[in-house]
Design a protein around this ligand. Structure first.
Ligand code: ADP
Ligand code: ADP
Length: 219
């Protein structure tokens, strides 16, 4: 489903990624761990096509993503990739339901009734049936992150990338969020790549990758 070949990223003289090779299979939940500054976020952003490498290739479902023109890459990203960040980045003036719908309306072909129905179903599946009309400020931190997960799922992405998704939650809400990821993996076959400092999540993963100084440690 995802293949990375010899990914190199430099900032000036600093080599942040030193030739990363990686394959991720459909339905795998992979975690990336490692010290601060090891290059985890940089790698995640490149795999998620938010940043371009200086060298190397990323294939997602056999598409050579960085060979796409910027406009085509943006469309590909919106339809194929979901993101969850440490901070939810929900739009404060829109309801939970509206926030979840947002990525589907970037594509003007989407049918509004269909999208709202699917968003409602996703929020219900994530235990937020009674929160559809609430603004982000009216939700708890755990609920806000679940809305962000529903938003990541709205376009039925092939893969979800998460950067410290539970980094801002207390341990109970973090645990609930991790359980949710495993449920989506089991029930939907959803593929996840998650950068985390949470050891419990890292150890439960199908695969734990460790980054050391711009490279992947061999398991
Ligand atoms: P991690 O996520 O493992 O903490 P990062 O990928 O954020 O690591 O950063 C890896 C290294 O790249 C760090 O030394 C960081 O300071 C550097 N870095 C990240 N982004 C930039 C940038 N935009 N400009 C310059 N250096 C950067
Ligand atoms: P994260 O918590 O995801 O690792 P950071 O706090 O390391 O993020 O970085 C936040 C932002 O600052 C990112 O966009 C990153 O690219 C940028 N950045 C990180 N390190 C540097 C650096 N040394 N010089 C310039 N920009 C940097």
């Amino acid at each position: 489903m995802l293949k990375a070949r010899q990914i190199v990223r430099k900032y000036g003289n600093l080599s942040v990624l030193k030739g990363i090779d990686l394959e991720i299979n459909k339905g795998e939940l992979v975690t990336i761990v490692g010290a601060s500054g090891a290059g985890k976020s940089t790698l995640l952003h490149i795999l998620g096509t938010l940043d371009r490498p200086d060298a190397g290739q990323v294939f997602i479902n056999d598409t050579d993503v960085f060979a796409l023109k910027e406009k085509d890459l943006a469309a590909f990203r919106n339809h194929t990739i979901g993101f969850v960040f440490q901070f939810h980045h929900l739009l404060p003036e829109f309801t939970a339901l509206e926030n979840v719908c947002m990525p589907a309306f970037i594509d003007t072909k989407s049918d509004e009734t269909e999208v709202k129905k699917r968003a409602g179903e996703l929020l219900e599946m994530l235990g937020l049936k009674d929160r559809l009309g609430n603004l982000p400020s009216q939700l708890s931190g755990g609920e806000q992150q679940r809305v962000a997960v529903a938003r990541a799922l709205i376009n039925n992405p092939a893969i979800i990338f998460a950067d410290e998704p539970s980094g801002n939650l207390d341990s109970r809400n973090a645990e609930d969020l991790h359980q949710l990821f495993f449920r989506l993996r089991n029930d939907l076959g959803q593929t996840f790549v998650i950068v985390t400092h949470n050891e419990h999540l890292a150890n439960l993963a199908d695969r734990k990758l460790e980054m050391i100084d711009g490279g992947l440690a061999h398991p």
